[in-house]
Structure formats: structure tokens, C-alpha cells
Ligand binder design. Structure first.
Ligand code: URA
Length: 185
């Protein structure tokens, strides 16, 4: 099995889908490579495409703040990656063929980081990991068993919390408390 650094080098040169033509940067990961906790989002947005790291824009700042407040963890304590490593133009939804072409990078990241708990952010990450077409509203609110004994805790994407506020933020906080409990059990 290659190392995370080797996989990142491969991803950086990837042209397996059309997003290679419009990306600025391949966005591989941020955070701690041996983390017990991992977050998986959808795809880089504008800020991430420019900076080359996931969740560095407004959504990421909200995520880091909620994790600090509910789990007592700093952004360097966990590992963050997306299903897609390249930004879809105008932040459109990922296409099935793009997910198919790209998700092997995420599979390798999960295998190499070996987290105990993965928090999936929004529909695309949750559906990919749990292999379902069910929506996030039905999937969140409980823990799911994933392969290799990993617990998956689905929650809303922080951009939904930025759009809708109150109730979504409260649900995200509850999901993060659930993730914290899964970590310490
Ligand atoms: N939204 C995502 O899903 N991932 C990012 O990295 C940024 C915004």
C-alpha cells in the first residue's frame, strides 16, 4: 500500500475526469494523518481550490468552531478530506462519473488514516460511505457501522448551517456530541 504522501502525489497529477481542466489546485487533505477522527465533505469550493486545502473557507471555519466547542478538539487534531479532490465549476453537485473516478483516493485515505470515527458532512459524503441513496435528514441522528469497525456519524454540511442557521446548527452540535461519545467508547 502506498503512503498518504505518495497517494497525494498521484492525485495531484490526476486527469481522470473533466474537473482536471478547470481546477486551480488538487485539494487532498488537511490535519493530522494518524487521527482517530476524520471528517469527509463533498468537494472543494472556491477558497479551497485557491488554497489547496479542504474546508478553509466560511464552511470550514464554522466546522472548526463547532468541533472545538462540542468536542474540545483543535483543527490540527483531526483529518479532513472530500469525496472529490477537485472543485466542480460554480460549486455544482458532483456528477456520478466524477465520484466514481475520484473516490478511490478517499478509500485509500480512510484505509491509511485508520480513524475510529468518521463524521460525514452532507448528502454526498454520507451516501458514498454508507452506500445508500437516502438523504442526510433521514440518515443523521444516529451512528452507523462502517467497515473495519469504523463508526460513521452523518451530519449536515456546514454550508447548510450557514444558509439555514438555528435548527441545523443545533442538530450539527448534537451529532458532534454523538461523535465524541463514539470516540471515547
Ligand atoms: N465544502 C466541502 O464539501 N468541502 C470543502 O472542502 C469545502 C466546502
Amino acid at each position: 500500500m502506498p503512503t498518504l504522501a505518495e497517494i497525494e502525489v498521484t492525485a495531484t497529477a490526476c486527469t481522470a475526469c473533466q474537473l482536471a481542466a478547470t481546477r486551480t489546485t488538487v485539494v487532498f487533505s488537511r490535519g493530522r494523518p494518524a487521527a482517530r477522527l476524520m471528517f469527509v465533505g463533498e468537494a472543494p469550493g472556491r477558497d479551497e481550490d485557491l488554497e489547496g486545502a479542504p474546508f478553509v473557507g466560511r464552511s470550514g471555519k464554522l466546522l472548526d468552531r463547532l468541533v472545538e466547542e462540542e468536542m474540545g478538539l483543535h483543527r490540527d487534531d483531526y483529518y479532513v478530506a472530500n469525496v472529490l479532490k477537485c472543485r466542480p465549476p460554480n460549486n455544482r453537485d458532483p456528477l456520478p462519473g466524477e465520484i466514481e473516478a475520484c473516490a478511490h483516493f478517499l478509500d485509500d485515505q480512510i484505509a491509511l488514516v485508520g480513524p475510529e470515527v468518521i463524521v460525514t458532512l452532507g448528502n454526498f459524503a454520507t451516501r458514498y460511505l454508507l452506500g445508500t441513496s437516502e438523504g442526510i435528514t433521514r440518515l443523521r441522528g444516529r451512528s452507523h457501522h462502517f467497515r473495519d469497525g469504523i463508526v460513521v456519524v452523518p451530519t449536515f454540511h456546514p454550508s447548510a448551517a450557514l444558509r439555514s442557521g438555528g435548527a441545523v446548527v443545533a442538530d450539527m452540535r448534537a451529532d458532534l456530541v454523538r461523535a465524541k461519545r463514539a470516540l471515547s467508547s
